[in-house]
Design a binder for this molecule. Sequence first.
Ligand code: FES
Length: 104
Amino acid sequence: MSKHRIAIPETGEDFLCDEHQSVLEGMVRLGRRGIPAGCRGGGCGICKIEVVDGNYKPEVMSRQHVTEDDQHHGRVLACRIRPQGDLVVRVIGKMNKAWTLPKR
Ligand code: FES
């Protein structure tokens, strides 16, 4: 199974994510304090990120949270994408607060 590196330049962090796992699952494994437990199914919109670089496989996402324009610009739900290579992402949704808290 291939693992890909997901980098978050804003916090200088990165983590490995299996290509069969969602990016959110990889983020949760980082053990960050304050990562909200969302639906993990593409419905609540809490895990919105922007993929700045890299390829991923998207699954169905609620248009309420991700418009076609969002998706076109790489703004997607972390729980609904699987990395196909190394990714560079920005946390832009409600999860953003978790990433600005001091590290444990
Ligand atoms: S956790 Fe609910 S949309 Fe991703």
